[in-house]
Design a protein around this ligand. Sequence first.
Ligand code: ZN
Length: 260
Amino acid sequence: MIRAVVWNENVHEQTNEAVAAIYPDGIHNCIAQALDADTGIASTTATLQEAENGLSAARIDQTDVLLWWGHAAHGEVADVVVDRVADAVWGGMGLIILHSAHFSKIFKRLMGTPCNLTWREAGERERIWVTARGHPIARGLPEHFDLESEEMYGEPFAVPEPLETVFISWFQGGEVFRSGLTYRRGAGRIFYFRPGHETCPTYHDENIRRVLVNAVHWANPAAARITNVHYAPSRDVSDALEPISERGPKLHAPGEEGLR
Ligand code: ZN
């Protein structure tokens, strides 16, 4: 059973009537319901307002795949939580970054680029094309599908070249956008998925829900989490697999761990 945690900043739902009408239980619970329809996934939720932003060390240890929705409150996420999530991803935890979380601290940290893009809020049609036929994240989807009303995101999207581009979106106004991107950071798999503007019913859409389920299965780590991702031990000359003799000056004592 894959343990998925759906994290949401949960701000618009509290402050905007249109958002609350579409997601009366919050975006996080809508997504968690979509995941729980799959018998292989057990999902729970976490929000910004909880202690440690809902992501204590113990919680992260019990998480196989973390989904992240944020928009208005990226700066309120504690840096210690961001560090913790980054360590977990480097150790193998899966991470799915949704829509405006392109500007989240954790995504920018893991990408190392500005992650900016162009955008327009006009309720226009988005057509999502599958560009990687046979990819596990696109399983069960048609060649393309539409969302009648979405926010536009346009290129250039300032992220590193992805490992795979699973989806490309076309918008009614003419722009295109790489809307489904895969990355690996350390041992962890990362999927960025564009749709999901808070005033649109996107997470109720069956194709979108299918993508989220597929992405959780894809991002689920294949091996046990690496917990000592920063460990940088020195290998002693006496432990070398082939005999070598020491030359030159030595700065560090035998067995000393690397500085960071
Ligand atoms: Zn948006």
